[in-house]
Design a protein around this ligand. Structure first.
Ligand SMILES: [Zn+2]
Ligand SMILES: [Zn+2]
Length: 380
Protein backbone atom coordinates (compact mmCIF):
# COMPACT_ATOMS: atom_id res chain seq x y z
CA UNK A 1 0.00 0.00 0.00
CA UNK A 2 0.99 3.67 -0.20
CA UNK A 3 2.26 5.31 2.99
CA UNK A 4 4.45 8.06 4.45
CA UNK A 5 7.09 6.58 6.75
CA UNK A 6 9.16 8.31 9.41
CA UNK A 7 12.83 7.30 9.28
CA UNK A 8 14.34 9.96 11.55
CA UNK A 9 15.30 13.63 11.52
CA UNK A 10 14.31 15.23 8.19
CA UNK A 11 13.88 11.77 6.78
CA UNK A 12 10.42 10.91 5.52
CA UNK A 13 9.71 8.45 2.72
CA UNK A 14 6.68 8.03 0.54
CA UNK A 15 6.43 4.35 -0.35
CA UNK A 16 4.05 2.38 -2.52
CA UNK A 17 5.01 -1.18 -1.55
CA UNK A 18 4.33 -1.28 2.16
CA UNK A 19 2.43 -4.47 3.13
CA UNK A 20 -1.20 -3.90 4.13
CA UNK A 21 -1.32 -4.43 7.92
CA UNK A 22 -3.09 -7.56 9.16
CA UNK A 23 -5.31 -8.11 12.19
CA UNK A 24 -3.19 -10.00 14.73
CA UNK A 25 -4.93 -9.60 18.09
CA UNK A 26 -8.57 -10.62 18.67
CA UNK A 27 -9.40 -7.04 19.73
CA UNK A 28 -7.90 -5.43 16.62
CA UNK A 29 -9.88 -3.36 14.16
CA UNK A 30 -8.68 -2.64 10.63
CA UNK A 31 -9.48 0.74 9.14
CA UNK A 32 -9.34 2.09 5.63
CA UNK A 33 -8.02 5.58 6.27
CA UNK A 34 -10.23 8.37 4.93
CA UNK A 35 -8.34 11.49 6.04
CA UNK A 36 -5.34 12.18 8.24
CA UNK A 37 -4.42 15.64 9.54
CA UNK A 38 -0.87 16.93 9.79
CA UNK A 39 -0.12 18.05 13.34
CA UNK A 40 2.47 20.42 14.80
CA UNK A 41 4.04 17.43 16.55
CA UNK A 42 4.55 15.72 13.16
CA UNK A 43 6.48 18.80 12.01
CA UNK A 44 8.40 18.80 15.29
CA UNK A 45 9.39 15.15 14.78
CA UNK A 46 10.56 15.96 11.29
CA UNK A 47 12.55 19.09 12.19
CA UNK A 48 13.80 18.36 15.72
CA UNK A 49 13.12 14.65 16.20
CA UNK A 50 13.23 11.89 16.96
CA UNK A 51 11.29 12.96 20.07
CA UNK A 52 8.37 10.55 20.35
CA UNK A 53 10.23 8.18 18.04
CA UNK A 54 13.26 8.15 20.36
CA UNK A 55 14.54 4.70 21.28
CA UNK A 56 14.58 1.64 19.13
CA UNK A 57 11.32 -0.08 20.04
CA UNK A 58 8.15 0.95 21.86
CA UNK A 59 8.16 -0.54 25.40
CA UNK A 60 4.47 -1.45 25.17
CA UNK A 61 3.96 -2.73 21.63
CA UNK A 62 7.61 -3.79 21.12
CA UNK A 63 7.25 -2.38 17.63
CA UNK A 64 10.27 -0.92 15.90
CA UNK A 65 9.85 2.85 15.92
CA UNK A 66 11.69 4.00 12.82
CA UNK A 67 9.97 3.22 9.57
CA UNK A 68 6.48 3.51 11.08
CA UNK A 69 3.74 5.35 9.22
CA UNK A 70 3.32 8.91 10.47
CA UNK A 71 0.00 10.56 11.39
CA UNK A 72 -2.24 10.45 14.46
CA UNK A 73 -5.23 12.68 13.55
CA UNK A 74 -7.33 10.38 11.46
CA UNK A 75 -10.70 9.04 10.59
CA UNK A 76 -11.42 5.84 8.74
CA UNK A 77 -13.90 3.16 7.82
CA UNK A 78 -13.88 -0.22 9.55
CA UNK A 79 -13.11 -2.91 6.97
CA UNK A 80 -12.40 -5.87 9.26
CA UNK A 81 -12.77 -6.72 12.95
CA UNK A 82 -10.93 -9.24 15.14
CA UNK A 83 -12.84 -12.22 16.56
CA UNK A 84 -13.30 -10.71 20.06
CA UNK A 85 -14.25 -7.18 19.01
CA UNK A 86 -17.46 -5.93 20.66
CA UNK A 87 -20.68 -6.03 18.66
CA UNK A 88 -21.05 -2.26 18.81
CA UNK A 89 -18.28 -2.03 16.18
CA UNK A 90 -19.16 -3.20 12.69
CA UNK A 91 -17.64 -3.29 9.24
CA UNK A 92 -18.67 -0.17 7.31
CA UNK A 93 -18.79 2.11 10.37
CA UNK A 94 -16.88 5.38 10.26
CA UNK A 95 -14.67 6.06 13.26
CA UNK A 96 -12.18 8.53 14.70
CA UNK A 97 -9.08 7.28 16.50
CA UNK A 98 -8.12 8.14 20.05
CA UNK A 99 -4.51 7.83 19.10
CA UNK A 100 -2.69 7.62 22.42
CA UNK A 101 -1.03 4.35 23.33
CA UNK A 102 -0.50 3.63 27.03
CA UNK A 103 0.15 0.84 29.53
CA UNK A 104 -3.55 0.00 29.34
CA UNK A 105 -3.06 -1.24 25.79
CA UNK A 106 -0.94 -4.09 27.14
CA UNK A 107 -4.04 -6.09 28.01
CA UNK A 108 -4.87 -6.32 24.31
CA UNK A 109 -1.45 -7.38 23.17
CA UNK A 110 -1.45 -11.01 24.36
CA UNK A 111 1.78 -10.49 26.21
CA UNK A 112 3.06 -12.50 29.16
CA UNK A 113 1.00 -12.24 32.37
CA UNK A 114 3.85 -10.35 34.00
CA UNK A 115 3.90 -7.78 31.24
CA UNK A 116 0.12 -7.45 31.11
CA UNK A 117 -0.02 -6.49 34.78
CA UNK A 118 2.77 -3.93 34.49
CA UNK A 119 0.83 -0.68 34.66
CA UNK A 120 2.27 2.72 35.68
CA UNK A 121 0.82 4.70 38.58
CA UNK A 122 -1.03 7.15 36.33
CA UNK A 123 -2.73 4.36 34.34
CA UNK A 124 -3.55 2.50 37.58
CA UNK A 125 -5.48 5.62 38.69
CA UNK A 126 -7.32 5.79 35.39
CA UNK A 127 -5.36 8.85 34.29
CA UNK A 128 -3.92 7.14 31.26
CA UNK A 129 -3.43 10.41 29.39
CA UNK A 130 -0.66 11.00 31.96
CA UNK A 131 0.87 7.54 31.31
CA UNK A 132 4.59 7.47 31.97
CA UNK A 133 5.12 5.71 28.66
CA UNK A 134 2.62 7.60 26.54
CA UNK A 135 3.17 7.41 22.79
CA UNK A 136 0.79 7.67 19.88
CA UNK A 137 -0.26 5.76 16.82
CA UNK A 138 1.84 7.51 14.20
CA UNK A 139 4.33 8.72 16.82
CA UNK A 140 6.24 5.68 18.01
CA UNK A 141 3.51 3.49 19.54
CA UNK A 142 2.48 1.85 16.30
CA UNK A 143 1.79 2.77 12.69
CA UNK A 144 -0.21 5.93 12.02
CA UNK A 145 -2.75 7.16 9.53
CA UNK A 146 -0.70 8.49 6.63
CA UNK A 147 -1.33 5.21 4.86
CA UNK A 148 -4.14 3.41 3.11
CA UNK A 149 -4.86 1.10 6.05
CA UNK A 150 -4.17 0.98 9.76
CA UNK A 151 -4.80 -1.67 12.42
CA UNK A 152 -5.72 -0.33 15.88
CA UNK A 153 -7.12 -1.70 19.10
CA UNK A 154 -10.92 -1.57 19.46
CA UNK A 155 -10.75 0.41 22.72
CA UNK A 156 -9.40 3.37 20.78
CA UNK A 157 -12.05 3.88 18.09
CA UNK A 158 -15.03 6.20 18.37
CA UNK A 159 -17.84 5.82 15.81
CA UNK A 160 -19.39 8.90 14.22
CA UNK A 161 -22.20 9.41 11.75
CA UNK A 162 -20.78 10.79 8.48
CA UNK A 163 -24.16 12.45 7.81
CA UNK A 164 -23.60 14.58 10.93
CA UNK A 165 -19.81 14.89 10.78
CA UNK A 166 -18.69 14.76 7.13
CA UNK A 167 -15.60 12.58 6.60
CA UNK A 168 -13.63 15.48 5.20
CA UNK A 169 -13.71 17.21 8.59
CA UNK A 170 -13.84 14.15 10.88
CA UNK A 171 -10.04 14.04 11.18
CA UNK A 172 -10.52 17.23 13.24
CA UNK A 173 -12.22 15.22 16.00
CA UNK A 174 -8.75 14.45 17.42
CA UNK A 175 -7.51 18.07 17.80
CA UNK A 176 -11.02 19.03 18.97
CA UNK A 177 -10.69 16.35 21.68
CA UNK A 178 -7.40 17.97 22.78
CA UNK A 179 -9.23 21.30 23.13
CA UNK A 180 -12.26 19.64 24.76
CA UNK A 181 -10.02 18.11 27.41
CA UNK A 182 -8.50 21.55 28.08
CA UNK A 183 -11.96 23.04 28.61
CA UNK A 184 -12.94 20.12 30.83
CA UNK A 185 -9.79 20.61 32.91
CA UNK A 186 -10.84 24.24 33.48
CA UNK A 187 -14.09 23.01 35.10
CA UNK A 188 -15.99 25.69 33.22
CA UNK A 189 -19.39 24.08 33.82
CA UNK A 190 -19.01 24.61 37.54
CA UNK A 191 -18.82 28.36 36.96
CA UNK A 192 -21.99 29.97 38.37
CA UNK A 193 -21.87 33.42 36.81
CA UNK A 194 -21.63 33.99 33.07
CA UNK A 195 -18.19 32.80 32.01
CA UNK A 196 -15.91 34.97 29.90
CA UNK A 197 -13.12 33.04 28.23
CA UNK A 198 -9.81 34.15 26.75
CA UNK A 199 -7.82 31.94 24.42
CA UNK A 200 -4.19 32.96 23.98
CA UNK A 201 -2.81 31.77 20.63
CA UNK A 202 -4.84 31.08 17.48
CA UNK A 203 -3.04 28.00 16.15
CA UNK A 204 -5.06 24.83 15.44
CA UNK A 205 -5.56 24.00 19.14
CA UNK A 206 -6.42 27.60 20.05
CA UNK A 207 -9.01 27.71 17.26
CA UNK A 208 -10.36 24.27 18.23
CA UNK A 209 -10.76 25.63 21.79
CA UNK A 210 -13.36 28.06 20.40
CA UNK A 211 -15.49 25.08 19.37
CA UNK A 212 -14.84 23.17 22.60
CA UNK A 213 -16.11 26.25 24.49
CA UNK A 214 -19.16 26.53 22.23
CA UNK A 215 -19.76 22.83 22.90
CA UNK A 216 -19.88 23.73 26.60
CA UNK A 217 -22.41 26.51 25.88
CA UNK A 218 -19.84 29.30 26.30
CA UNK A 219 -20.08 32.05 23.69
CA UNK A 220 -18.40 35.05 25.33
CA UNK A 221 -14.92 34.33 23.95
CA UNK A 222 -11.91 36.49 23.12
CA UNK A 223 -8.98 35.20 21.06
CA UNK A 224 -5.60 36.89 21.41
CA UNK A 225 -3.56 36.26 18.28
CA UNK A 226 -1.07 38.37 16.29
CA UNK A 227 -1.79 36.91 12.81
CA UNK A 228 -4.56 38.82 10.98
CA UNK A 229 -5.83 35.83 8.97
CA UNK A 230 -6.37 33.77 12.11
CA UNK A 231 -8.12 36.65 13.88
CA UNK A 232 -10.44 37.11 10.89
CA UNK A 233 -11.22 33.39 10.90
CA UNK A 234 -12.04 33.51 14.62
CA UNK A 235 -14.25 36.57 14.06
CA UNK A 236 -16.21 34.59 11.45
CA UNK A 237 -17.00 32.17 14.32
CA UNK A 238 -18.50 35.03 16.33
CA UNK A 239 -15.49 35.52 18.60
CA UNK A 240 -14.01 38.89 19.62
CA UNK A 241 -10.29 39.17 18.91
CA UNK A 242 -7.29 41.01 20.29
CA UNK A 243 -3.98 41.74 18.61
CA UNK A 244 -1.21 41.81 21.23
CA UNK A 245 1.08 43.59 18.75
CA UNK A 246 -1.15 46.67 18.94
CA UNK A 247 0.52 47.43 22.27
CA UNK A 248 4.23 47.51 22.92
CA UNK A 249 4.37 46.83 26.65
CA UNK A 250 3.15 43.59 28.19
CA UNK A 251 1.45 45.50 31.02
CA UNK A 252 -0.48 47.58 28.51
CA UNK A 253 -1.57 44.45 26.61
CA UNK A 254 -2.92 42.94 29.82
CA UNK A 255 -4.68 46.19 30.78
CA UNK A 256 -6.40 46.33 27.39
CA UNK A 257 -7.40 42.67 27.58
CA UNK A 258 -8.95 43.15 31.00
CA UNK A 259 -10.91 46.13 29.62
CA UNK A 260 -12.73 43.66 27.34
CA UNK A 261 -14.27 41.91 30.37
CA UNK A 262 -17.16 42.67 32.70
CA UNK A 263 -15.66 41.88 36.09
CA UNK A 264 -12.03 42.90 36.00
CA UNK A 265 -10.74 39.84 34.20
CA UNK A 266 -11.60 36.61 32.43
CA UNK A 267 -13.13 33.75 34.37
CA UNK A 268 -11.27 31.21 32.22
CA UNK A 269 -8.06 31.55 30.23
CA UNK A 270 -6.46 28.95 27.98
CA UNK A 271 -2.79 29.35 27.14
CA UNK A 272 -2.41 27.70 23.74
CA UNK A 273 0.87 29.50 22.96
CA UNK A 274 3.22 28.52 25.80
CA UNK A 275 5.63 31.40 26.32
CA UNK A 276 6.71 33.30 29.43
CA UNK A 277 4.73 36.29 28.20
CA UNK A 278 1.51 34.34 27.58
CA UNK A 279 1.77 32.56 30.94
CA UNK A 280 2.20 35.92 32.65
CA UNK A 281 -0.76 37.35 30.73
CA UNK A 282 -2.84 34.36 31.83
CA UNK A 283 -2.09 34.96 35.53
CA UNK A 284 -2.63 38.73 35.28
CA UNK A 285 -5.78 38.78 33.15
CA UNK A 286 -7.83 36.35 35.28
CA UNK A 287 -10.78 37.58 37.33
CA UNK A 288 -10.94 36.77 41.04
CA UNK A 289 -11.53 33.05 41.40
CA UNK A 290 -10.59 32.49 37.75
CA UNK A 291 -9.07 29.36 36.27
CA UNK A 292 -6.05 29.44 33.95
CA UNK A 293 -5.33 26.29 31.94
CA UNK A 294 -2.10 25.55 30.16
CA UNK A 295 -2.89 23.63 26.99
CA UNK A 296 0.37 24.41 25.16
CA UNK A 297 3.35 22.09 24.92
CA UNK A 298 6.28 24.11 26.24
CA UNK A 299 9.94 24.12 25.50
CA UNK A 300 12.05 23.49 28.63
CA UNK A 301 11.78 27.00 30.18
CA UNK A 302 10.77 28.13 33.66
CA UNK A 303 8.35 31.02 34.34
CA UNK A 304 8.20 33.77 36.97
CA UNK A 305 5.24 33.04 39.21
CA UNK A 306 4.48 35.08 42.31
CA UNK A 307 2.28 32.98 44.59
CA UNK A 308 0.60 36.11 45.99
CA UNK A 309 -0.86 36.78 42.52
CA UNK A 310 -2.70 33.50 43.00
CA UNK A 311 -3.50 33.99 46.68
CA UNK A 312 -4.92 37.51 46.50
CA UNK A 313 -7.32 36.45 43.74
CA UNK A 314 -7.76 32.79 44.68
CA UNK A 315 -6.75 31.75 41.17
CA UNK A 316 -6.44 28.20 39.98
CA UNK A 317 -3.69 27.37 37.50
CA UNK A 318 -4.14 23.97 35.96
CA UNK A 319 -3.01 22.13 32.83
CA UNK A 320 -4.29 19.75 30.23
CA UNK A 321 -2.52 16.78 28.69
CA UNK A 322 -3.83 15.13 25.58
CA UNK A 323 -7.29 13.55 26.11
CA UNK A 324 -9.16 10.49 27.20
CA UNK A 325 -11.89 8.63 25.34
CA UNK A 326 -14.73 10.62 26.91
CA UNK A 327 -13.40 13.77 25.20
CA UNK A 328 -13.89 12.13 21.78
CA UNK A 329 -17.35 10.92 22.73
CA UNK A 330 -18.36 14.38 23.95
CA UNK A 331 -16.99 16.07 20.80
CA UNK A 332 -19.03 13.68 18.63
CA UNK A 333 -22.10 14.33 20.82
CA UNK A 334 -21.59 18.11 20.57
CA UNK A 335 -21.82 17.80 16.76
CA UNK A 336 -24.92 15.60 17.08
CA UNK A 337 -26.55 18.07 19.48
CA UNK A 338 -25.85 20.98 17.11
CA UNK A 339 -23.47 22.65 19.59
CA UNK A 340 -20.64 22.50 17.03
CA UNK A 341 -21.39 23.52 13.46
CA UNK A 342 -19.52 21.31 10.94
CA UNK A 343 -19.57 24.14 8.37
CA UNK A 344 -17.74 26.45 10.77
CA UNK A 345 -15.24 23.82 11.90
CA UNK A 346 -14.61 22.92 8.26
CA UNK A 347 -12.97 26.32 7.79
CA UNK A 348 -10.03 25.05 9.85
CA UNK A 349 -9.11 22.67 7.02
CA UNK A 350 -6.97 24.83 4.73
CA UNK A 351 -6.41 22.18 2.07
CA UNK A 352 -6.53 18.48 1.32
CA UNK A 353 -3.73 16.76 -0.56
CA UNK A 354 -3.38 13.19 -1.87
CA UNK A 355 -1.14 10.89 0.16
CA UNK A 356 1.54 10.85 -2.54
CA UNK A 357 1.87 14.65 -2.24
CA UNK A 358 1.70 14.59 1.55
CA UNK A 359 5.39 15.28 2.16
CA UNK A 360 5.92 17.99 -0.46
CA UNK A 361 2.54 19.76 -0.50
CA UNK A 362 1.62 18.86 3.06
CA UNK A 363 4.36 18.60 5.67
CA UNK A 364 7.02 20.72 3.93
CA UNK A 365 4.53 23.32 2.72
CA UNK A 366 3.23 23.66 6.28
CA UNK A 367 6.77 24.10 7.60
CA UNK A 368 7.60 26.82 5.05
CA UNK A 369 4.22 28.61 5.07
CA UNK A 370 3.00 28.24 8.63
CA UNK A 371 1.03 31.48 8.55
CA UNK A 372 -0.85 30.47 5.43
CA UNK A 373 -2.51 27.31 6.74
CA UNK A 374 -4.38 26.07 9.76
CA UNK A 375 -4.78 22.35 9.05
CA UNK A 376 -3.74 20.28 6.06
CA UNK A 377 -5.29 16.86 5.52
CA UNK A 378 -3.81 14.04 3.48
CA UNK A 379 -6.13 11.48 1.97
CA UNK A 380 -5.19 8.11 0.52
ZN1 LIG B 1 -1.79 16.19 17.05
ZN1 LIG C 1 0.80 4.00 31.98
Amino acid sequence: MRAIEYHGNKNLKFVTDRPIPEIIHPHDVKLKVLYCGICGSDLHEYLDGPIFFKGETNPITHKKKLGQCLGHELCGEIVEVGCDVGHHLKVGQHVALESNGTCLNRQYLQQSKEEQTHICGACARGKYNNCKEINFYGLGFSDGGMAEYIVVTEARVIPYNPKVIPDDIAALIEPLAVAWHGVRQSRIQEEEKSPQALIIGGGPIGLCTIFALKGHGVHDIVLSEPALGRRELAESFGVRTFNPLDYKEADEQIKQLVKMTKHGGFTHIYDCAGTKATFNAMVKALAAGGVGTNVAIWPHVPVDLYPMDLTLNELTITASMCYTKIDFELVVKAFEDGMIDPKEVGKLVSKKVPLEDGIEKGILDLIHNKEKYIKIFVHP
